[in-house]
Design a protein around this ligand. Sequence first.
Ligand SMILES: Cc1cc2nc3c(=O)[nH]c(=O)nc-3n(C[C@H](O)[C@H](O)[C@H](O)COP(=O)(O)OP(=O)(O)OC[C@H]3O[C@@H](n4cnc5c(N)ncnc54)[C@H](O)[C@@H]3O)c2cc1C
Length: 607
Amino acid sequence: MMNDHVRQALTALVHGEGGDPVPEDARELFGDELFAPAEGLDHEQHCRLTYRRLRRLGERVPPASKLLADPLALFALLERCAVSSPSLFLGMTVHTCLSLGAVCEFGAGRDDLGEYIAELDTMSSFGALLVTEAGVGNSHVGIRTEAVYEPEADGFVLHTPDPSAAKFMPNVGLPGVPKLGVVYAQLLVSGRNRGVFPFVLPIRDADGPKPGISITPLPETPFMPLDYASIVFDRVRLPVRALLHDSARLSANGQFHDPLGGPEERLPRSLDIRHRAWAASASALAAAIRASAAMAVRFAHERITLSRSAPEQPVIAYRSQQLPLFEALATAYVMTSLVNRVKRIWAGAVPESDDPCWSPGQGFHRTIGLAKAVSGWAAERVAAECGQRCGAHGMFAANRFAGYQGLGHILGPAAGDSYLIVLESAKAMAAGTAYQPPPGIVQASRRDVSALPVAVGLIGMRERGLHAALAGGMRTAVRRGQPPFEAWNNRSWLARELVETHVTRLALESLITDIATLPDPGAAQAVLHLAEFVALRDIRQNSGWYLSEEVLTPAQVRAIPASLNRLCEQIAPQALTLASVLLPEDMDLHAVAYPTSCATISSSSQN
Ligand SMILES: Cc1cc2nc3c(=O)[nH]c(=O)nc-3n(C[C@H](O)[C@H](O)[C@H](O)COP(=O)(O)OP(=O)(O)OC[C@H]3O[C@@H](n4cnc5c(N)ncnc54)[C@H](O)[C@@H]3O)c2cc1C
């Protein structure tokens, strides 16, 4: 049995040393009836409920502009939103991180934006971000909405040149809900394109869309219902203050200067706003993984089952249940550690590192994006598996497994397409941009693959090998004179493998660092077993690579299942405690996420 010291140490590892940064009365809110899973609603009722929840949240938490300045509190709050309702998370993230974030970031130091900030702070309008366009894929790099500067009016005319440039999928479709938008458009001054800039403007008020703006609600999205819509601008006049000009300057006589250079340099800067949303998404996804693992591990300990070969006992006694559930538990710890490191660096709460992946700049931005992408895949997988392992009980909406699976699924394209993030990241890593592959030598005897330093070393070797294959292939293509499209296209299949291996290594290294700080040896040992489990499962899943590269022998690969069995035996006595700290204390599993049906079954089984 684990004692209180162990529990305390594990809680600090998962939720941070400094205690919960979310204000107490905001925490209590999630136990309110308004935030309880709602059944039998149609799409519009569901959307309206999300805005009512957002408003209630807005009454209890500091204004969004204050939250932006306290990233650890903001991320912790968004995690609670995600565990409570994925739609609530998306609404709050778009409002705070993206819409208000863009106004504060690109309007820093200005005194003419106070009205917009106050509107968002009081939630008299909700924020929206309008970047994506409907007509072509990867539209962020080819935005066609235009904002033409008119010196005589000292303002802009915002226009959608044709229907394929309609803005696509912001949550602005619900009648009666005022929306303030940040719209990305090409800035045209004196007939010259000056690059993509954000513009702030009211999109709709309580009476409907503002003049010149057409809003068409989109069909329902079952995974994360919200009032998504497409939007067309017909020569909408904007005052000059609508331009969030950042470091660029536009004078009344039409003189324009951008210290960054030109449109090529401006676009990535304008899209910088994504990074906060990526960090928020990764935080939410890690929280969804924790919630799924916590519920399913607990259920498996309480669910008594029958078998012809064994007496009645909790289903967790079966290895077939342990393997997937301990994998979920281990994934919760390893992804949490990775994402916690991302959050701490974002908040400036840790000293700078020599590793470009963890130092502010291109390398760290890539790590944030990859944390979002990989935790999305993991959340989808873990929530689905945990739901299945709860049998029919896992299927009820009140359990939220389907909601968490949906969160992982929909945060693939939402908040910046994860697959494109992966592809771009791999390309940059192959080019050696802010990236060094790990050393390729595994120290000491490789006999025991399950020893953590050996296992992490092996994963590092694979990362190095995949990087060498991709980077070498790209160099060969250049030598052969292949055009850039073919050069990349023929090798892009390596991208996902490379970044998944890279992220697994980073996450394991983070967890190992966290383990070293644990004051309690029992807690350290328990988490160490989870790290070993993650590493060994990864090596087993990719055993084809290790065999074909002659890094491991067939005998070593054949020995892995026995090592996983051993690990299961070591994890089993601690699994319930490890799972019990995964949600903040105030989000009690029975109150928040444990289904009535399971609670009934479990209490009757204990009688
Ligand atoms: C729930 C939700 C909410 C959203 N909210 C907003 C919002 O508030 N504001 C906003 O502006 N947008 C929003 N979006 C849009 C979102 O940003 C886009 O869906 C996302 O960027 C992907 O763009 P797309 O849908 O046009 O897909 P596409 O770009 O058409 O991609 C389709 C597929 O092709 C792949 N692909 C595309 N281009 C390439 C390429 N060059 N190389 C290789 N593969 C490629 C993609 O990875 C994907 O698999 C939202 C989306 C969702 C799902």
